[in-house]
Design a protein around this ligand. Structure first.
Ligand code: SAH
Length: 350
């Protein structure tokens, strides 16, 4: 057998040699745990740039959305701001600065798996509380939940249609590299009827991890009050096809080539999340394009106000707004899903 490079790829090669191919979900979970654990991947010097890193306007409008709802809900206390995968805490900083002007000063909770990023978050929010998942977030007081580009990093499971029926999609080792292949166990019963007869080679992707977080978030909203904004790239009607992709140094790379050294993501199935959240008793406000939502929240007026205060920034502000809202940039592919507790007022922008 040809020797693989060091690092996680070598670990996978040994594991597969010893126990056989691993699932796509296993591959993605291990790769991203290694990837996020060791670095700050954000920014020009990193691998990718997210909306809050493009402009302060993004976080500010999220903060206004939360403050508006909280005020109209009657300023309930205690109130907790809970952000999933807060990265450099840029969004939290901008959102909570905007919210503070309306008297909203929640306790801050971060759900973060990366020690490297938690250290950056601690520098910005020394008083915050960190969690591994939602389970340890207080179960008293209303929750204002935010997740931007978090769910796309969670592992997806893939099923593939073979001549013999549906199988789990697995990752094996062909002697020189990692390769995708079909598992042996029949998985036909795991496929919804509308896809049962999909053509050979079709791939059905689901995210059990995202589903369980949506269920827990919705259950908490129903029991404790509050609202959630989930923002990510994804689709809002069931579809077939693999959306697994890897990005390194701002370029797409082969998803199997650099495990642990490239950001692995998959598109978020917003239709599935909405269904789950509603089944758990949350009020579903809608899923809209990021561009439409930011425009409805007044991004143009905010850009103008910032440009008046700093005219030399006018061109940069216009470019940032275009990047966040333009249909050919982040405006259409990225979506915003809103949830509230039942009987809470409806949030703006949906
Ligand atoms: N929301 C930030 C960062 C997005 S990157 C922004 O918009 O800039 C993804 C974030 O999710 C990182 O903070 C990463 O460390 C975190 N993350 C990824 N997988 C996670 C997991 N399984 N559990 C907790 N945090 C995770």
């Amino acid at each position: 057998m040809c020797q693989p490079d060091g690092g996680l790829k070598a670990v996978f090669a040994r594991l597969i040699a010893a126990t056989g191919p691993i699932t796509v979900a296993h591959y993605m979970a291990e790769s991203n745990a290694r990837y996020y654990g060791e670095r700050d991947p954000l920014g020009r010097a990193g691998d990718f740039i997210t909306a809050p890193e493009i402009s302060q306007m993004f976080g500010e409008l999220i903060g206004l959305w939360l403050a508006d709802l909280w005020l109209r809900a009657g300023r309930p206390t205690p109130v907790h701001y809970v952000e999933l995968g807060p990265g450099r805490a840029t969004l939290a900083r901008d959102a909570l600065a905007a919210a503070r002007r309306f008297g909203l000063e929640p306790k801050v909770h971060f759900v973060e798996a990366s020690a490297a990023l938690a250290a950056l978050q601690r520098a910005a929010f020394p008083g915050a509380i960190w969690h591994h998942d939602l389970a340890s977030v207080p179960d008293e007081g209303c929750l204002l939940l935010v997740a931007n580009e978090f769910l796309d990093a969670l592992p997806v499971r893939q099923l593939v249609r073979t001549p013999g029926g549906w199988r789990e999609r697995m990752i094996g080792w062909d002697g020189t590299g990692l390769v995708a292949l079909a598992g042996e166990r029949p998985m036909d019963l795991a496929v919804p009827p509308q896809f049962a007869d999909a053509p050979e080679g079709a791939i059905l992707e689901t995210s059990p991890a995202a589903a369980s977080i949506a269920a827990e978030a919705a259950r908490r909203l129903r029991g404790q009050g509050g609202a959630a904004l989930i923002i990510d790239y994804g689709y809002d009607a069931p579809q077939l096809g693999s959306t697994l992709q890897a990005v390194r140094a701002h370029a797409r790379v082969d998803a199997l080539a650099f495990p642990g050294e490239a950001d692995l993501t998959a598109h978020v199935d917003f239709a599935a999340l909405a269904q789950i959240a509603q089944a758990q008793g949350a009020q579903f406000l809608g899923t809209v394009g990021q561009g439409a939502w930011l425009r409805a929240m007044g991004i143009a007026a905010r850009a103008q106000a910032l440009a008046r205060a700093a005219p030399e920034q006018a061109e940069a502000l216009r470019a940032a707004m275009d990047r966040l809202t333009g249909e050919q940039h982040m405006g259409a592919l990225f979506k915003v899903m809103g949830l509230t507790a039942p009987h809470w007022p409806e949030g703006a922008g949906f």
